[in-house]
Design a binder for this molecule. Structure first.
Ligand code: PMP
Length: 286
């Protein structure tokens, strides 16, 4: 049985409790982070905590503990669950006021709820899908306008993933007015004539931590890179496509809506970026 974290305590998962009045539960009024673990160490930890702070502040919440405390929490839960490869899920909600009310509770009397748990994923960096690539479908992006805030309102991405599953694909790319925003739980990229193309950061997409790291590694290596929006049509005609996220690292995309990308194999840029990202991440993990 897993040991989970709830508001200061490490508990067996069957003894952990959250109030029915918790605003995370009632209103999706909360934010989260997922940090990968390789060799028992945390990947891109400080970037995840910086984004957590940004998400909280965008929703008028403050950091409930210091970065050092969050680090101790993460290390504690990794150790207690003996995670070698896997991830730590961290969630902070606006807490549990005495009643359901649209008005935010006073933070002095209603502390934020902090929970964390681990998921063990042996061989996380050796996902066999990275050898074959994944297939995606396109779906309309009907999410709200602040996708840069990592909130727990994941119903639509979850539905999009089900639409993909129904269509026999692995995931979905969300599209707004013909332009690709991002994947259900990842950032989207194409490669054309050797140039890596991905949407610039804005309120339309989540500012992926893996995205930032991968783009930096690409820049450091003088790889051609342009941050601009791209259409679904362009994606279908690209030489390569791929996604990035904390749990998938860099994952090639070989098919969009049944159309093969390039020769239908992972190509050269995505596998190279994957290798670089995993190597650098293992080196800088804490
Ligand atoms: N976009 C969305 C919508 C996501 O949910 C995620 C993963 N949480 C990402 C992008 C990738 O972000 P990261 O690299 O920080 O995991």
């Amino acid at each position: 049985m897993r040991t989970v974290y709830v508001n200061g305590d490490f508990l067996p998962e069957d003894r952990a409790h959250i109030s029915v009045f918790d605003r995370g539960f009632l209103m999706a009024d909360g934010v989260y982070e997922v940090t990968s673990v390789l060799d028992g160490k945390l990947i891109d930890f400080h970037s995840h905590i910086r984004r957590l702070k940004r998400s909280l502040e965008a929703l008028d919440m403050n950091m409930p503990m210091t970065s050092e405390d969050f680090l101790a929490l993460h290390r504690g839960i990794v150790e207690k669950n003996q995670i070698t490869d896997g991830l730590v899920y961290l969630q902070v909600t606006r807490g549990a006021p005495a009643d359901r009310d649209f008005v935010f509770p006073d933070p002095d009397s209603t502390p934020l709820t902090i929970i964390a748990f681990t998921q063990s994923k042996p061989g996380l960096a050796d996902n066999p899908l990275s050898k074959t690539g994944i297939r995606v479908i396109s779906v309309e992006d009907i999410r709200w306008g602040r996708r840069d805030i990592k909130t727990v309102q994941l119903l639509y991405p979850s539905m999009a993933k089900m639409m993909a599953q129904k269509a026999g694909a692995d995931d979905a790319w969300m599209v707004l007015d013909g332009i690709v925003t991002e994947g259900t739980s990842n950032n989207a990229y194409i490669v054309k004539d050797g140039e890596i193309i991905t949407r610039p950061r804005s309120n339309e997409i989540l500012h992926g931590i893996t995205r930032a790291a991968v783009l930096q590694y690409a820049k450091d290596r003088q790889m051609a890179l342009v941050e601009r929006a791209f259409s679904l049509d362009e994606a279908r005609n690209a030489d390569e496509a791929f996604i990035t996220s904390a749990s998938q690292f860099v994952m090639p995309v070989v098919e969009i809506d049944g159309t093969q990308i390039g020769d239908g194999k992972p190509g050269s840029v995505a596998p190279k970026l994957r290798e670089i990202y995993i190597r650098e991440s293992r080196r800088s993990a804490i």
